[in-house]
Design a protein around this ligand. Sequence first.
Ligand code: XMP
Length: 326
Amino acid sequence: MNDRRPDDMVRITTPELADAFIEEQVKRVKEQVGNRKVLLALSGGVDSSVVAALLIKAVGQQLVCVHVNHGLLRKGEPEQVIEVFRNQMKANLIYVDATDRFLDKLAGVTDPETKRKIIGGEFIEVFAEEARKLDGVEFLAQGTIWPDILESEKGIKAHHNAGGLPDDMKFELVEPVKILFKDEVRIVGKQLGLPDNMVYRQPFPGPGLGVRCPGAITRDRLEAVRESDAILREEFAKNGLAGKVWQYFTVVPDFKSTGIKDGKRAFEWSVIIRAVNTQDAMTATVENIPFDLMCHIVDRITHEVPGVNRVLYDFTPKPTGTIEFE
Ligand code: XMP
């Protein structure tokens, strides 16, 4: 397999170029793996989903996908992973609902970096536990892409994705999209038959909704984030903003304020909406959302999401804010 992107490699911009890449990689993966087994942590994000689809094409049931639901995924995500990979692509998929484990470990933890570390550490532990239950797995597939390699070389990102697995777990890596840029990965994914909302989705952080529940995560606020995010995504998709705005989501901080519901005092959470555009996530501008649409979204969130009586819009660009809220 090519370890580096060749300088003269033609950018994959068409279905034909994607098909040629897929054919080439399927051949290479078959040569590398033979009749042995490959393990993949399938988050449902673009990169791991494309790797899964490619490996299913190359080695079918020899691929074992593990989808860990850490309880911090968006509404409908675990269901979509099961539907697409287990039901449609007939993948060998292990689904682990580890929600309680993650939320128990996170209970009462307020520091943002500690929260991220707990989520990352627990993820590796759950994944390693599942891996140990399997016999004869020799390969670990990863959705490493070309910018990951460039960033790790520059010392920006601590790579590889496999970093963190216990020392006694040694696998040979299979990284079939590691010479591709993100836009190329998406085209390849589409050619492999993945749905558009999986291939063209907005970035979503590894610690998931955990960083959109600032302070100690509680189940009620987590549900409020999940439900309000689903409403925002639905309205942005319906109103043509989904492909136009780079990243958009909701946040539910841990404070309550007084409001009125059904003529009675309601002391409840606030939902903050964030919608930003950026080229490279290093800086970001705030998106101008049509006022009428904003009012409609506020109306839906305050009426449909239990425990929420206000909606606020974050007007802060990056800098001085970051894209995420925590
Ligand atoms: P910030 O908030 O730093 O975000 O302006 C820049 C981009 O990175 C994503 N992000 C994360 N991704 N783990 C991730 O995998 C994280 O802990 C994390 N924090 C931020 C964020 O969603 C945005 O796209």
